[in-house]
Structure formats: structure tokens, C-alpha cells
Ligand binder design. Sequence first.
Ligand code: ADP
Length: 545
Amino acid sequence: QFPFGRRLPCDIYWHGVSFHDNNIFSGQVNKFPGMMETVRKITLSRAMRTMQDLFPLEYNFYPRSWILPEELPLFVAEVRMMKDSNPSWKPTFIVKPDGGCQGDGIYLIKDPSDIRLTGSIQSRPAVVQEYICKPLLVDKLKFDIRLYVLLKSLEPLEIYIAKDGLSRFCTEPYQEPTLKNLHQVFMHLTNYSLNIHSGNFIHSDSVNTGSKRTFSSILCRLSSRGADVKKLWSDIISLVIKTIIALTPELKVYYQSDIPAGKPGPTCFQILGFDILLMKNLKPVLLEVNANPSMRIEHEQELSPGVFENVPSPVDEEVKVAVIRDTLRLVDPQKKKRKDTHSSFHTYLLVFPTQVQSLPAGIASMKDKQHKHHSLKLSLKLKFYLKLGSCLEQAPEGAGELPEAALPSLCLKQVFPKYAKQFSYLRLVDRVAALFIRFLGVKGTTKLGPTGFRTFIRNCRLSNSNFSMAAVDILYIDITRRWNSMGIDHKESGMCLQAFVEAFFCLAQKKYKSRPRHEQVAALVELCECRLAAVRGKRLLWGCG
Ligand code: ADP
């Protein structure tokens, strides 16, 4: 552990919070720059909306969402319209503050007029989302799934999914939302951090009973009831791949800004926590993506009033140790070398102790508790090392056999590029982002200036008598001003990626009016790529000449 950073380079850096925990220039780090920002509720909803706009059927696994306060009038109008056209529709919505976690500040409403506008929405934006009223129940309880996903590389895209995850249960029998039960969090919210405080929470040593179980135990149960578990897994895999495809454009902009091409590194990988809800008909729905999923394998138990002890949680251990062990195996810098030399297995870790997200509420401000918590974290980490170590030590060194042969089979399964063919047509915004990055110009920026936007239009020859350069400037100013007034990132001025995507969609609509949205955008992307290739070809020719 190096709480204040470390000068000597490492092979693997294990940061507690974000890419920026420490300045590093080589090796591999377990966080992508910008991941925390990209998976925040509002940014995720925006990225999903862009994809839903292009591919509505493919992205219907994300509940319809509106961003507050800016889309409040739109939310009110759309709900009114839907109610008018279908008077029997009695929806429920869930309001979630941006940047919140562990169910913090979440509430359910039946009508747009129930949104709590006083102060908080202005100072703390939120997402309001259609509430899934008919979730799948087990033992009459609502539950969600936490799946661990390893984003091993962004370029080329490499995604792994853990074969097992966690199922986190509510602690009150579920009833469809009514005005009477809307506020009952133990019935409607599956967060562990909330339900642990219910008198009904059951800690169990078995992985298939209690309030936290393995996902595989749920699958066994479903399978015994005759459910098509294979189809369910394939739907989950496709949800994960599609979600990551929606996140990559933004991540690439952050990546080139923090690690510009030509810089020695580091390279990044990241374990993400996907929260998924199953509907009654077994359709998986994405709730959110967590950039810092808790890796705790113990929980606090109150032995007698006020006396707490940390006890092992077999369910967490079963799932999480395997995820970390296999992540290290997959990113192991010695792997290649070992294949050649059969040298012994060494993984170098640098762990930062500030896993902010896993701190129980309020603990950060209490010094004595902080100390206790810190030693708990150390003991947890030691436990991890011992577990990982015991796996690794079983390896027969230099015995002519790879050490991996002694390890359990990988719990992380590659899904991309394995299924790349099926999903490549969805990577359209990625190509728009590549155009955006190309015209950013200055290294280290994430926003496009007016000159960069003009150069993009000029090089792709998109202006003509119907669309003058003056109109180009107006388009730039209009869209940029609107996005900047939403005020997410005031550090830099200029056009952010989402604003560029909006401008691009606008140009595509102008040029290819009658086609469906995804065809318009695909046609314009191809045109731009072609024209830029021609410009580059000419330059090369001139160079040769
Ligand atoms: P947080 O980051 O605060 O945990 P989530 O988006 O995960 O926020 O929501 C908290 C809980 O609320 C989820 O675990 C789930 O039980 C419930 N929930 C969230 N969104 C929905 C939804 N659209 N439909 C039904 N339940 C939801």
C-alpha cells in the first residue's frame, strides 16, 4: 500500500477510486480515465438515449428516462400524451439523484407533479425513470443481480463477464406500487446497504438462501422451474456488450486526453459492477453501472447492542475472490514471458487504501471508527492476498507445466471480441467519436473549438450553397451553448462529444432526410471517412511527389 503514491514503476497499479489516484506513466492500472463520470446516472442515461435514438429495439433494455431539471417539461408532456392515448396506463416512476449510490435520495412517484422540486433538484440534478412494476420474484421478494464485468481493453474492445454474480434481496414481500406502499424501501429497493438495516435481513452461510445469494443459485432454481436459462444468459451478455458499446465513445475521448497516442502508457483495465433487474418474463433490465463495485468479503454483525464484529461472508467470497484472481490472471504482465521461459508467477500490486464507496455511511467523519475501518480493510486485503496466494502457490514452478494449470478454470468469460460480429453494426457513435477526436487538435483536450468544427466541415466537404459556413458557425454556437448551459463540465470551453454527436445527427438528418435515423448517421459517417481518406491520400501523393 502506498497512500501517498510511489516513485518506482510497477507492473500493475490497483487504485482505490479513480485513474487519477496517482500519476503513472507505465504498466497497467485498474481504472480507466473518465469511467466514474461516464457511468454517472445522467451521463449513462444520455448515452443510452443516443443509442435508443439510433437502435430503439436493440436498446429497449434500459428504462425510459428523463433528466431533471432540464427535461421536466418534456417528461410532463410525454407522460400526459401517453396517458391520453392509453387511459388505462397507470405508471410509476423512480427519481434517482445524479451521483447518488446505495439508494441515497431515491423515491417513487405516481405522477410528474409529485417530483420534489424544492431546492434539491436545482442543486442536485436527477434522473426520473420508468419504474419496472413487475419484477421477477423469488420467495415473494424482489431482487436484483450484481454482475462483474472486466473491461480489459478499450482499443481493441475486450470484454469479459464473470460466470457468477450476486443476487441482492429486498426484505419485505413485494407488492406492485400503490400510493400506500410507494415509500416502503425494503419492498421496492434492493440495495444491500438499505436492507441490512431491516429487521428481516438474513445473513446466511449458504449461497442459496438468505438476503444475498449467488446468481447461479437463482439460475438453478429457475432452471428447475423450466425457465430457459441459456436464453437468459445470452440476453444478459448482449445487454452488457451493448451497454459497453454505448459507453466507449465517451471513454475514448477521456482516454486520448489522459493518455495521448505516443505516450508510453499506462494501459487500463477495469472491473465494473452491472446492476440488472429481471422482469417477470425474464427480460433483463439495466439499472446502473458501478465504476467502483464493493469488493468486501466480510460484513459487520452486531453481536450485542453497540458491539460489532466483522464476519466472513461466504457468498461474497465465492464470487469476488474469483473475479479479482482472474482479472490478475488476464492482465498478468508476466504471462507472455512465462509462456516462453516457464518462470515463476509474480504479480506486482500497488493498492491504494481509499475505497470510498465501500465506507459505511457517515464513517468518514468519525476518526475512531475510521481507524477501526482501516484495520478491517487491511485484514480484508490480507485475506485476499492469502487466498490469491494460495491459488498461485499451488503452481509447480518450472515443472514444465504452466502455473495456470494448477489454478481453477477462469470464472471470467470473454464475450467480446468473441461475439463482435453480431454487434459491430451498433458501433456507430464510436466512429462519430473517432471523427471528433481527430479534429480535437490540441493534446489533452476533450472539447472541440469552433476552428476544429469548421475544419471538420471543410475537410469532409459538408458545406454547400444550402449550408454555408455561416450556418455551420450558428449550428456550432447553438448546440455548444445549450450543452454548456447544462453545466456538467465548466473546466473547458468548447463542444463536448455529446454536443458534437447531436450536431452530427442534425447534419445527417439534413442530408439524408427520408431514411431511418441509423441509416442517416451511417451514411454520413461513411461519407466523412471516405472524404478524409481521400484528403490523406492526396497529402501522401504530394509528399511522394
Ligand atoms: P443506487 O446507485 O442509489 O443504488 P440504483 O439505480 O441502483 O441507484 O437504484 C436503487 C435500487 O432501486 C435498485 O437496486 C433497484 O432495486 C431499484 N430500482 C432502480 N431503478 C429501478 C427501475 N427503473 N425499476 C424498478 N426498480 C428500480
